[in-house]
Design a protein around this ligand. Structure first.
Ligand code: KG4
Ligand code: ZN
Length: 333
C-alpha cells in the first residue's frame, strides 16, 4: 500500500476574502487569507471590486501558502476550490485559477460547496460525532443542518430573508459603523446592557429564521435618536441588537435539537466568531447536556483550510470533478 501523503491545496474566493491553504493528511500546514479593505467605505461588499481584488491577490496568496507549508508544487495531490455559493465574479477567479493550476500540474480538481465546507471546518482539529446538528451563520446564509456524514447533509431550516451576518452588518451600517459591522457590534456590545433597548422579534414557523423585521425595527429606533444619544449609548444599543439576533438563532437551535433528539451540536460560519453567541452556547450546553463544537476563530470566517479539509475527505472518497464544471452562485447544500 502506498504511504504517499495526501496534499491538498485549497482555494477560496466566494466573497471578499482570497484564501489559499495547504493540508497534508488532514493537517493544516498553511492557511493564508487576504482581506479586502476596499469594501469598508461602501458599507458592504461591492461585487465588481471584489472580483478585481481577487485577481490581484490570488497568485501571491497561493504562493504564500505554498511557501509557508514548505510543500513544492509537484507534491500536490489535488486542488480543491469553492464552486459556490457566492458572488459569480469572485467564484470565477478562484475556480479559473484552480482549473489552470490543475492542468499545469496535471493533478485532479475537487469542487467544494462553501456551506458544506463551513461545516466540515470542524474536522480540522476536532471530530464531532455523526449525526450532529449545525447552525451555520454567515454573511449570506443562516442554516440549520443535520450532518449525517461527511457528504450527506439535510437542511432542516433557513432564513426566509436576511442572513444573521447581514443583520449584524446592516445594523452596524444604520449606526454608521464600517463594514463588516458584526465584529464591531460584538466588541461594543460586550461592554453594554443587553436589556437596555427592545426590538421586535420575528415569528416564523418550523426551524426557519427571519431578520428583516428586526432590521426595520432597529432602523426606526435609530432614526428617532440624535447622533449624541447614539454615540453615548453605543455599547447598550449594540448589546441589545446583538442579544435580539442571537436569541432568535438560539431559540430555533434549541427547538430543533429537542424535537430532532440531537445533543451533538455545532456552529459554523462568520457569526460563530461572535463572543456573545459562544458564551450563550456554552451556558446552554451545560444546561442541556449538549456536546458542543465551536470552531477556532480562524476557521469561522471564510478561509481555504475549510475548503481543503472538505477536498481531503472527497479525495479519500474518490470524488473528483471535471474541468468543464462551472462555478455557481447558488448551490444547495
Ligand atoms: O462566513 P463569512 O466569513 O462569510 C460568508 O460566507 O458570508 O461570514 C461573514 C459574516 C459577516 O456578516 C460578519 O459581520 C460576520 O460574519 N461576523 C460576525 C463576527 N465576525 C464576523 N458577526 C458577529 N460577531 C462577530 N464577532
Ligand atoms: Zn462563508
Amino acid at each position: 500500500m502506498s504511504s504517499k501523503p495526501v496534499v491538498i491545496l485549497g482555494i477560496e474566493s466566494s466573497c471578499d476574502d482570497t484564501s489559499a491553504a495547504v493540508i497534508v493528511n488532514g493537517k493544516v500546514l498553511a492557511n493564508i487569507i487576504a482581506n479586502q479593505k476596499i469594501h469598508e467605505q461602501y458599507g458592504g461588499v461591492v461585487p465588481e471590486l471584489a472580483s478585481r481584488a481577487h485577481l490581484i491577490n490570488i497568485l501571491p496568496t497561493v504562493d504564500a501558502a505554498l511557501k509557508k507549508s514548505g510543500i513544492a508544487k509537484n507534491e500536490i495531490s489535488a486542488i480543491a476550490y469553492t464552486r459556490g455559493p457566492g458572488l459569480m465574479g469572485s467564484l470565477l477567479v478562484g475556480s479559473s485559477f484552480a482549473k489552470a493550476m490543475s492542468l499545469a500540474l496535471d493533478v485532479p480538481l475537487i469542487e467544494v460547496n462553501h456551506m458544506q465546507a463551513h461545516i466540515l471546518a470542524h474536522f480540522i482539529d476536532n471530530h464531532p460525532k455523526f449525526p450532529f446538528l449545525c447552525l451555520t451563520v454567515s454573511g449570506g446564509h443562516t442554516q440549520l443542518v443535520v450532518v449525517k456524514n461527511y457528504f450527506e447533509m439535510e437542511l432542516v431550516g433557513e432564513t426566509i430573508d436576511d442572513a444573521a451576518g447581514e443583520a449584524f452588518d446592516k445594523a452596524a451600517k444604520i449606526m454608521n459603523l464600517p463594514y463588516p459591522g458584526g465584529p464591531l457590534i460584538d466588541k461594543f456590545g460586550a461592554a453594554g446592557n443587553k436589556d437596555a433597548f427592545k426590538f421586535s422579534r420575528p415569528n416564523v414557523p418550523a426551524y426557519n429564521f427571519s431578520f428583516s423585521g428586526i432590521k426595520t425595527s432597529f432602523l426606526y429606533f435609530i432614526q428617532e435618536q440624535t447622533p449624541e444619544f447614539i454615540e453615548q449609548n453605543k455599547n447598550d444599543i449594540c448589546a441589545s441588537i446583538q442579544h435580539t439576533i442571537i436569541i432568535c438563532l438560539l431559540n430555533k437551535l434549541i427547538k430543533a435539537a429537542e424535537e430532532l433528539g440531537i445533543s451533538e451540536i455545532a456552529i459554523a460560519g462568520g457569526v460563530s466568531a461572535n463572543s456573545y453567541l459562544r458564551k450563550q452556547l456554552q451556558n446552554l450546553a451545560a444546561d442541556k447536556r449538549w456536546q458542543l463544537h465551536i470552531p477556532a476563530f480562524e476557521y469561522c470566517t471564510d478561509n481555504a483550510a475549510m475548503i481543503a479539509i472538505t477536498g481531503y475527505h472527497k479525495f479519500l472518497n474518490n470524488e473528483f470533478s471535471a474541468q468543464n464544471l462551472t462555478a455557481t452562485a447558488k448551490y444547495n447544500i
